[in-house]
Design a protein around this ligand. Sequence first.
Ligand SMILES: Cc1ncc(COP(=O)(O)O)c(C=O)c1O
Length: 406
Amino acid sequence: MSIFIGSTPNTTEEDLNAAKGILEGTVSVTGSINELKTIFQNEYNEKSVYFFNRGRDAMYFLFQNLNLQPDDEVILQGFTCIAVLAPILWSKCKPVFVDIKRDTFNMDLEKMREKISDKTRAIVVQHTFGNIANMSRVREIVDQENSKRNDSNDIFILEDCAHILDFENKQIGKYSDAFFFSFAQDKSISSTQGSALVINHMHFLSGDLDKKYEEVEELSTKEALYNAKYVLCWDKIKKNYFKKILLPKITVGKALLLWYRFWGVIKKQASSDTVDFDGIHKMSNVQARLLLTQLKHLSAFNENRKKIADVYGRNETLLRYPLLVENPVEIKQRLREIGVISGNWYTTPVFPITWDKLECLGYRVGECSEVEFCSKHIINLPTNIEVNEDKAKEIKEIIDKYAKVI
Ligand SMILES: Cc1ncc(COP(=O)(O)O)c(C=O)c1O
């Protein structure tokens, strides 16, 4: 089977059976959110946990309850995803971009300190590709700054764990005021769409958060079931993606993809990459059921990521293995020829916003030189469970032979 870094790369036989069972009504989803909540509360010391349809929904919910004012500043790194920028813009705040360090693709913390102003109200810190950011240093910098302010103006630290879910790593979530995970189709574990928000420090938030969460809209049954259908459709697409029909450019898988999109059974990924506010929703029991099945395999997934990353060059739990090369287009094509669809995180400073549209969303081209350098040279290699050691070695051979590594 071909390898797709971005489309349900964690699917196991058990996930397919769960999705089928949910759609046929033989697998009950009742109570799944509560089951999931108990697991996360046990892992994170009984903290408040809320589940949403997407990571960006969780961020927006949080920002709403932080009482951010128009023109308050929220700091984030460049070399990120539209999902991080969108809720800042939805909240009418001003995004302030910080450059990254080339070796980790994470925020340069000394540059972050320089960007803090009287208007800074929140900082979003990302663990890019699963590289853990130095959160204790972030906490130190923010505590120093907060000691000069009155409590109502304190800076809030939001830890973006969209690229890592690892209950064994006790650094995750330790230093921030709140943290969230994404369970989108290409994350550590997936419910097609989904997220969890964990709050460490409630005193920042106004009102009764449980009540506010209750008021968040539910997905309709059709929208909830979409998440189960997606898993099955992508499984069919992937199994047939490189099977040729008629013309060499048309394959069974590509035809299926077009067919599903035509009938709206799966959405184009780009349609979820908008900055227009499109509402926020709670996670459904369908998604929670899919996630509970995935959770059983989390340790195996993470072990595999570490093992495969080791073949490429670093023994770390990386969601995707990043590499800076002079010839990213050529390498992506060469990998395609061995059935591997590699990744694009992040070929623009706010992916997938094209360079010409960045300025109107608050990113000034030229402001973060390391971000822009990395965007022009990045490729991501797959580390997910679809990749075994032999395939990883084959991928590594392509890299060794053709990549002009920087
Ligand atoms: C850095 C980062 N944060 C957050 C997200 C959350 O995404 P979503 O809203 O699709 O769950 C993503 C998605 O790719 C991401 O890359």
